[in-house]
Design a protein around this ligand. Sequence first.
Ligand SMILES: [Zn+2]
Length: 241
Amino acid sequence: MPDARQLRRAVRGLIPQPLRQRLYDWSPSRRRRWRRAPGLEAVPGEAVAVTFDDGPDPEGTPPVLEALAASGAVATFFVLGRHVRERPELARRIEAEGHEIALHGMEHRRHDTLSAAEAERELTSGVEAIEAATGRRPAWYRPPFGASSPTLAAVCGQLGLRLAYWSAWGQDWEESPPQRIAALVERDLAPGAIVLLHDSARYAQRERATATAGAIAPIAAAARARGLDLVSLSAAAGDGG
Ligand SMILES: [Zn+2]
């Protein structure tokens, strides 16, 4: 018997990629959730915020850091407390190279179905893992799958975290060459965009995360051609950091 995940993957494989892409973009359930739990979907001003979810990852994060350095770009990494605990030195390297660390949760699971008490535990343990590794509290939180809820938004308020979503993405959870990831991001590369990418393949449908690092140089070149700087979320939001 195939499990639910294998079944979903098989069904997804029957849908042609251009249609899958449109379905990901369309997602009425995501829009409904974001309406009920408003967060940052774009930043004011001319810059573009680049963000990476699901790390730190010993395979995916270092090549992304190297590509960012080569492109002169600064980013925000939405990390998982579980992986920060496993690789605190990688979390410290992200910060040491001038990037920002934000919270994706302690565990990569649906957070929108948690009770207020469960959500508070989930987010608090993630914040503590980041503080233990870097000595700093994160300012931002983005739930796995963008699946937010009013309960989560309220818990964020209590913990001093700001909800952040995105306005552009590379759909890099799929097996995909760097050119396609970059082309998808470039569609929505406008002033104030928040770009979602992934520096890990752990929770993706692809085997390896390396294509994402290869997409950074073309994205940075396209941004420069439009006069846009690639910066961290806090810098783009005008918070200085
Ligand atoms: Zn994620």
